[in-house]
Design a protein around this ligand. Structure first.
Ligand SMILES: Cc1ncc(COP(=O)(O)O)c(C=O)c1O
Length: 387
């Protein structure tokens, strides 16, 4: 593997070596099934319960509110489809800039007879409160608004939207997958405001792939997507991925401990990066809004984002165009389009997502590489236009 500078922490993070260390026994000698009654099984059950406590503590929830799953996508699908499955079809409202794993299940429900509303955002990427109030007054059964956007890092005022939803008897779900480990999360406070469920994923904060959670206040009955044994309070059948769950717990504990230091560090790097990008004439999307400390989404007018990403990759920097999950699609990002960005400019979007191990020197080297790459690409574009 080449030693390129990793600037794509919103796609996934490197597994923290200390997290790996805690996982290793559960991939070798501690192989029991947590449902078994013997000592091997009991040890695995204790490890899962211990991880449940750590995840709960990191986000201000009760351990009994944590349902372990395999991915953040599964957590979002479980609440949206599982809660609506128990209700007679009515309305469902989601933010216009949600991740595809919220958009697609919502669209699936729309095909089954649910009316789907998208809550519009302003040019800064924030959901418009007045438009939201108008839609929520029509009493959708469920409202889903993400805490932090994966492409722009823009934060939503989830507590206010949840309070609005509660006043209108709507269930409220939030995708907190990008927020976890980057900003403080307090499920108790969110729950008091009206949030019923919150999705988390381990691989975004130094944990392994294959572990995630739905934090869920039990007020809404939900139908499992995977039916079978009574695992995870009957909401997710299947023998638990013990090693990944152990790693998730450890990653949450470590992230909570280091949160303010890491946020401060990435915020400083982000500011340096943005200043440099703006000097290069590249607009930064969502800059006016409160955002995750580590995320910068920019575009170079007239340059295609996919091309820029591959040139930067060759120059030794791993960044992404749009969100990782949609980067095989040539369509401009739905997030930027919802913010009113012109399609041509949106097609040029590049996301840099920093981690605490990144350095000032790496940011400066990136800015230099971006400057050179942009000037070369602009020359090539000019030649192509003349031909
Ligand atoms: C905001 C958001 N929601 C959901 C997901 C999906 O999480 P997972 O990769 O664990 O399925 C991602 C991953 O990129 C994300 O950024």
């Amino acid at each position: 593997m080449s030693a390129s500078v990793y600037f794509d922490h919103n796609a996934t993070t490197p597994l923290d070596p200390a997290v790996l260390e805690t996982m290793l026994p559960w991939l070798s000698e501690c192989f029991g099934n947590p449902s078994s009654r013997h000592e091997y099984g009991r040890a695995a059950r204790r490890a899962v319960d211990d991880a449940r406590e750590k995840v709960a503590a990191a986000v201000g929830a009760q351990p009994s509110e944590v349902i372990f799953l395999s991915s953040g996508s599964e957590a979002n699908n479980l609440f949206i489809k599982g809660a609506l499955e128990r209700l007679t079809p009515g309305g469902l409202a989601i933010g216009a800039t949600e991740h595809s794993c919220v958009v697609r299940p919502a669209e699936q429900m729309a095909r089954r007879g649910w009316r789907l509303w998208k809550l519009p955002v302003g040019p800064d990427g924030r959901i418009d409160m007045a438009a939201c109030a108008e839609i929520v007054a029509r009493k959708p059964s469920l409202v889903s608004v993400m805490l932090a956007n994966n492409e722009t890092g823009v934060l939503q005022d989830v507590s206010s939207f949840a309070a609005l939803a509660r006043r209108n008897d709507c269930l409220f779900h939030t995708d907190a997958i990008q927020a976890l480990g980057k900003i403080p999360l307090d499920f108790r406070a969110l729950n008091a405001a009206g949030v019923n469920a919150m999705a988390l994923s381990a691989h975004k904060l130094g944990g392994p792939k294959g572990a995630a959670a739905l934090i869920f206040d039990k007020r809404a009955p939900i139908e499992p997507l995977v039916a079978g044994g009574g695992h995870e309070r009957g909401l997710r059948a299947g023998t638990e991925n013990v090693a990944a769950i152990v790693g998730f717990g450890e990653a949450c504990e470590r992230a909570a401990r280091n949160l303010s230091r890491n946020a401060e560090k990435t915020r400083d790097l982000r500011q340096r990066l943005e200043k440099g990008l703006i000097a290069l004439g590249a607009p930064v999307f969502g800059r006016e809004a409160e955002r995750l400390p580590n995320t910068v989404c920019f575009a170079a007018p007239g340059i295609d984002g996919e091309t820029l990403v591959s040139w930067l990759d060759r120059a030794g920097f791993a960044v992404s165009s749009g969100s990782a999950c949609s980067s095989d699609s040539p369509e401009p990002s739905h997030v930027l389009l919802a913010m009113g960005v012109a399609p041509d400019l949106a097609r040029g979007a590049v996301r840099v997502s920093l981690g605490a191990s990144n350095t000032t020197d790496q940011v400066d080297a990136f800015l230099e590489a971006a400057r050179m790459t942009l000037s070369q690409l602009k020359k090539l574009t000019a030649i192509a236009v003349c031909q």
